[in-house]
Design a protein around this ligand. Sequence first.
Ligand code: PLP
Length: 332
Amino acid sequence: MTALPVTPDDIAAARARIAGRVRRTPMLADPVLSARLGVPVLMKAEHLQETGAFKLRGATNAVLSLAPDALSRGVVTASTGNHGRALAHAARLAGTRAVVCLSRLVPQNKVAAIRDLGAEVRIVGASQDEAMVEVARAVCDEGLTEIAPFDDAAVVAGQGTIGLEIAEDAPDATTILVPLSGGGLIAGIAVAVKALRPGTRIVGVTMESGAAMIASLAAGAPVEVEETASLADSLGGGVGLKNRVTFPICRALVDETVLLTEAEIAEGMRHLAAQGHVVEGAAAVGTAALLAGKIHAKALAGSPVVAVLSGGNVDPALHARIVAGANTAEAA
Ligand SMILES: *Cc1c(COP(=O)(O)O)cnc(C)c1O
């Protein structure tokens, strides 16, 4: 096997680098699901991470890995979601600039949230593609460094610190359920956990509509897929046709993948809400897969299973509609 683009040593270094700037989130128990399945069901609570999602780990590691002159010039991204928030926060903490390029179509509340975290927001064009053109221009003309949301070795190493904490806090777990989009989260966790406990099964979970990494793994190379709106909006987007980091790691280390319907994701959100955990759709997929019977109890072989709750940034009105019984992202 050729060497993977992120190593366990990279993750150990990331842990030391980001210590004190990210929370060591707790491992929580799900007593209801544990009783139903007859195995301990645990939850890695990254929805309680600073900025509301695990993305802060990767963004912080990437920012702090920059050479001093690049760090002083600043960073840029086109992410409207949790990565944009994380990068804004990480840059502010590191005392440098973050520029976030957004299209005119991005809702005002998202723009305000990123601005409130200290980023300089640039509204450019009417599509994500046009925002990406401005990112390229800022890299060229202003010397900013683009920090990609997942296909970046330093970002993946930062997300991998979650794997180290899971191995410490749930040493007997033999299955880890990880929300899967571009694959930065699962790639980091897989590299960390497989080095410490090679027998652990790493399962990627995502929504049926637009499962780009799963389609890419099946095709043997990165491919594009059509996307539709999903409750798991943080799992949207492709893997990048020029993917260099997360595709090879996922191909080598992800043991299994699971696809969910919108109704199954909604059920996961309701189940977690009933236990006081407010999470976004993307974060509920591991729980949802267990509830839907898509992770067979036999495969768990009596050992603990860990679901990664990846983030809690959900529109309160949407969350309320789901808790009240809605099964889709669209308002009735
Ligand atoms: C980004 C994100 C994911 C998916 O992470 P990838 O590294 O793109 O696979 C899952 N959940 C939440 C909340 C996210 O913000």
